[in-house]
Design a protein around this ligand. Structure first.
Ligand SMILES: O=C(CO)COP(=O)(O)O
Length: 247
């Protein structure tokens, strides 16, 4: 049975004062039925992990493919784990685009992250042009093929489908379009990992809000959401958590 996951990606937002949002979220949802994860910027990972005391999960938004070394500015999976993180987001489209992060690099990072005991959340998704020319499933297939780690088990890997054109835009695919991609990803996971592929959670991300979350959570093979903007406020994210619990 896959445990549902509500994951918040704070991106480059959040100062220490914003840790109060995490406190408010826990106060409103002290014993969530689904797994709840917040991925704040690196600077807040340790403080957030100390604050939540295991009641919800804390994750990073990226890590280096190496464990340590002369990589100025790098943060390793081992450091994240040491700071109290249990998850790490990898291959977000904002990094693939801005940092030229390739499938090969995401593969190296996810393999290291899993061997260090983190749960890797690998992001995939098509551009609007790719969708318009009917290439969505080809793009997802090739991103999965290139980025998946060597060493995943059902529990250590999560895939987030985030259509690039839906991120921060207020636009979302239709429920049929989400179902098509998620059913396809499930089949790919089972093809690659056998029975374990049934245990890998598949998240939808891109303009998930309190107003559309419940509908999105009805879609087959949607095991939760990766939420950007609406994860910054406890009231909004709490409503999304409640919708996932009710689904
Ligand atoms: O990129 C996202 C989460 O990783 C989605 O961002 P928004 O929810 O702000 O569209």
């Amino acid at each position: 049975m896959r445990r549902k996951l509500a994951a918040g990606n704070w991106k480059m937002n959040g100062l220490r004062a914003n840790l109060g949002e995490i406190e408010a979220l826990i106060a409103a949802h002290p014993a969530p039925e689904c797994e709840v994860l917040i991925c704040p910027p690196y600077t807040l990972v340790s403080a957030a992990a100390d604050l939540v005391k295991g009641r919800i999960a804390i994750g990073g938004q990226n890590c280096h493919p190496q464990i340590s070394g002369a990589y100025t500015g790098g943060i390793s999976a081992r450091m994240l784990k040491d700071a109290g993180a249990s998850h790490v987001i990898l291959g977000h489209s904002e990094r693939r685009a801005d940092r030229f992060e390739s499938d090969e690099l995401v593969h190296a990072k996810s393999t290291t992250a899993i061997s260090e005991g983190l749960i890797a959340i690998i992001c995939v998704g098509e551009t609007e042009r790719e969708r318009d020319r009917g290439a969505t499933l080809d793009v997802i297939s090739s991103q999965l093929k290139g980025s998946l780690p060597l060493n995943a088990s059902g529990a250590s890997l999560v895939i987030a489908y985030e259509p690039i054109w839906a991120i921060g835009s207020g636009r979302t695919p239709t429920l049929e379009q989400i179902a098509e991609v998620h059913d396809f990803m499930r089949a790919e996971m089972v093809k690659k990992f056998g029975d374990d592929g049934e245990e890998i959670r598949l998240l939808y991300g891109g303009s998930v809000k309190p107003s559309n979350a419940a509908d999105i959570f009805t879609v087959s093979n949607v095991d939760g959401a990766l939420v950007g903007g609406a994860s910054l406020l406890a009231s909004d994210f709490g409503a999304i958590v409640a919708a996932l619990e009710a689904s």
